[in-house]
Design a protein. Structure first.
Length: 311
């Protein structure tokens, strides 16, 4: 899909930017409005380019101080439609890769641990615990779907590859999110026990054999680990191609939410062996979500981006 880039340029940089862009392949529209920006003061240059030329455009803008003090700032968007006067083939058969900055914005939107994010993680832990207690997989899946538990880990990988200096935010967001989920699971397990439901046994079994869910998310089998591995890569690709709406499906392939919930359940019931097994499975999935997207993003860096983030 084509990108529309609005560039706010200091007055003394406008001519240099226009000269660079006029000679660049793939520019489909180029407009300048002088003295249009009040804060920061300067001119506004609007560029429309197919997505396949986006990374090259970003490298050109890096050269004129993108994101630097007294440099230029940009705002990117995707037009709902674009009808050029030249051939439209490059627009409608375009690729769909995001810039580092767009990926960071997507991840920030889904992973910053605001009070609302932590409430959602609390709900996720409760749903997963109830589902495990009753052997009701649809409730566990519900807990997986609502949990924004993939993005904060990916933020670390992205930050390292794009050289975003605040990549450590992802570590703190991951810790806060999953500690909240584990505590929620523990509290839910206590509530269930007070109502004579056993989260360890699955006394009210709907349709899954007793303890089968516990076994699946606390043991290592080739199919289950492979599922986590491919889901990790899929999540990174979805973010890199600006399809983050589908990353909730990635959480179903991972064992992060149920294994974290089982840690809380095991601790409350003083079954430290179960809690330990769940913790090991949790750590393995964390490692997969960190390492495999890291490798994929390094490949993206060498193949297409070839730049550091300007954020």
């Amino acid at each position: 899909m084509a990108r529309s880039i609005s560039i706010t340029s200091p007055y003394d940089k406008t001519d240099e930017i226009l000269k660079n862009l006029e000679n660049m392949d793939g520019i489909m529209q180029l407009q300048v409005i002088q003295n249009a920006s009040v804060k920061p003061p300067g001119d506004v240059i609007t560029v429309v380019t197919p997505n396949k030329h986006l990374q090259k455009l970003m490298r050109v803008l890096d050269g004129v101080g993108l994101g630097k003090k007294d440099g230029i700032s940009i705002l990117s968007s995707e037009p709902d439609s674009f009808i050029p006067t030249s051939s439209s083939f490059t627009v409608y058969r375009d690729d769909n890769e995001s810039t580092w900055e767009e990926m960071e914005m997507i991840i920030s939107n889904d992973s910053n641990t605001t009070i609302n994010t932590l409430i959602i993680m609390t709900i996720s832990g409760a749903l997963a615990t109830i589902g495990i207690a009753t052997n009701s997989i649809h409730l566990v899946i519900g807990g997986m779907l609502v949990a924004p538990g993939f993005m904060p880990i990916l933020r670390v990988s992205l930050g390292i590859v794009s050289r975003y200096e605040r990549w450590h935010y992802g570590i703190w967001d991951t810790l806060k999110a999953y500690v909240t989920l584990i505590l929620s699971a523990a509290v839910t397990a206590v509530i269930l026990a007070s109502l004579n439901y056993s989260p360890m046994v699955g006394a009210t079994s709907y349709y899954i054999p007793d303890k089968e869910l516990l076994e699946y998310w606390t043991t290592f089998t080739f199919p289950s680990v492979l599922a986590s591995a491919v889901a990790s890569v899929a999540g990174a690709i979805l973010v890199a191609t600006n399809k983050s709406v589908f990353t909730s499906g990635v959480m179903i392939g991972l064992a992060l939410v149920p294994s974290a919930a089982i840690i809380g359940i095991g601790l409350v019931n003083e079954d430290f062996t179960l809690a330990g097994r769940a913790f090991l499975r949790f750590i393995v999935d964390i490692a997969l979500v960190f390492v495999l997207p890291l490798l994929y993003l390094y490949w993206e860096r060498s193949r297409s981006h070839k730049r550091d983030t300007s954020v």
